[in-house]
Every structure is written in C-alpha cells, then in structure tokens.
Design a binder for this molecule. Structure first.
Ligand SMILES: Cc1cc2nc3c(=O)[nH]c(=O)nc-3n(C[C@H](O)[C@H](O)[C@H](O)COP(=O)(O)O)c2cc1C
Length: 198
C-alpha cells in the first residue's frame, strides 16, 4: 500500500514541501504503530512543466494525454493500483491553490474518464499561506472539490479541513507548531482510513 503526496509549489524544498514531508512522516509512524507498512512518496511539481488541460478529449478514449509535457511521466505513476491515498499540498496563491496544483488536478481528469481510477482512494489537502489566515481553508476546499469529482474519500486533520500552515511565521515556517500539527494529524487520519479501507 502506498500514499503519494503532491507538492504543488513552484519552489523546491520550501514550506509546502516541508509541511507535506511532516504529513508523510506521520503516515509512516501511524502505520508502524498499527503494525502495518505504508510506503510514502513525494511527487514534487517544482521544476516540472505541466500545462493546463486543453480539453482535446483524447483521454475519453483511453488513458492517454495529447500534451507531451511532464504530466506524461505521472500517468503510469498515478495509475499504480497500490496507491491507497493522495495528498495535494499547495501554497495559497491569491486566496486559492497554485496554478501548478490546478493544472495537476485538471489533467488528472484522465483517471476519472478511464474507470474512475481514483475512486475510493483516500484524499487529503494541505495549504500553506504567507498569512496565518490568507486563504488556507478555501484552498483546501477547492482541492477537496477535485477529489470529490474523482469520488475519493476525503479526510481532514481529525477535527477540521486538513493541513493549514503559516509560511511566514516570524520564526520561520518550521516554527509554526500549530500548523505543522494540522499537517501531521492529516497524515494520521490518512493512514487510519487507508488501513481501515484495505
Ligand atoms: C502569486 C502569489 C500569491 C500569493 N497569495 C497569497 C494569498 O492569497 N494568501 C497568503 O496567505 N499567501 C499568499 N502568498 C504567499 C505564499 O502562499 C507563501 O509564501 C507560501 O508559503 C509559499 O509556499 P512555498 O514556500 O512552498 O513556496 C502568495 C505568493 C505568491 C507568489
């Protein structure tokens, strides 16, 4: 069993990536304490070129995409039946998700059009904003909307919506203990529900 985290910041190794790492670390620990193993992996969209969907409808016939960009390498990766869950982590841009996150979600329509391949996979979201309350909740809800359209099973951070992190914490994003705890709790819920379903 595997859970994949998508880091949808254009910046490598910054706050979004860190929050996602924390979440995945908790998945590993939670699975271990339940006597199980869940493999985790980060797909980092930073540096990848993924354009928006052009609605050519090639994917209505088969699991293919007509656009020859870096999304091509993600098609076999996300088609892996071992994947039990997907987390999308995005920075907050103008109150919502990054264009990298949106392009990834829009292009993922090919998995829906080919037998709802994400159906019943566990889904979770993380949003990192420069402000404490800069649109994290809306960003998470927008990511959840895409996951619902895939008929995924959405989980939060045990009482709210998911990982909500303050990137510009005065002592640095790693010092945002409250926010990092939400990301870790999302990981715990992801593991719990993925194991329950399996
Ligand atoms: C184009 C742009 C728009 C942004 N809009 C918001 C916003 O609406 N709300 C917010 O809290 N932060 C906003 N930010 C700040 C980022 O969310 C913040 O710096 C975040 O930590 C970046 O994630 P990263 O460190 O993984 O790159 C914006 C940043 C950029 C570049």
């Amino acid at each position: 069993m595997k859970i994949i985290g998508v880091s949808a910041s254009p910046r490598k190794n910054q706050s979004t990536y860190y929050a996602l790492q924390q979440c995945l670390e908790e998945i590993t620990l939670s699975a271990k304490s339940a006597g199980k193993n869940i493999e985790v992996e980060i797909v980092d969209l930073a540096g990848m070129k993924i354009s928006g969907c052009i609605s050519c409808d090639a994917c209505k016939k088969d699991l293919v995409c007509s656009q020859k960009d870096d999304f091509q390498e993600l098609i076999p990766k996300f088609a892996d039946p071992e994947i039990a869950g997907i987390i999308i982590a995005s920075p907050v841009y103008m109150g919502c998700m990054s264009s990298q996150a949106k392009a990834f979600i829009d292009r993922s329509v090919l998995f829906r059009r080919n037998r709802f391949m994400f159906r019943n996979k566990v889904g979770g979201a993380i949003a990192v904003g420069g402000s404490r309350n800069g649109g994290q909740e809306l960003t998470i809800q927008a990511i959840h909307a895409g996951m619902m359209i895939h008929d995924m099973i959405i989980v939060g951070n045990d009482n709210h919506f998911g990982g909500m992190v303050w990137g510009n914490h005065p002592d640095g994003y790693k010092a945002d203990a409250t926010g990092i705890t939400t990301a870790r709790n999302l990981g715990r819920r992801m593991a719990e529900v993925a194991l329950m379903i399996s």
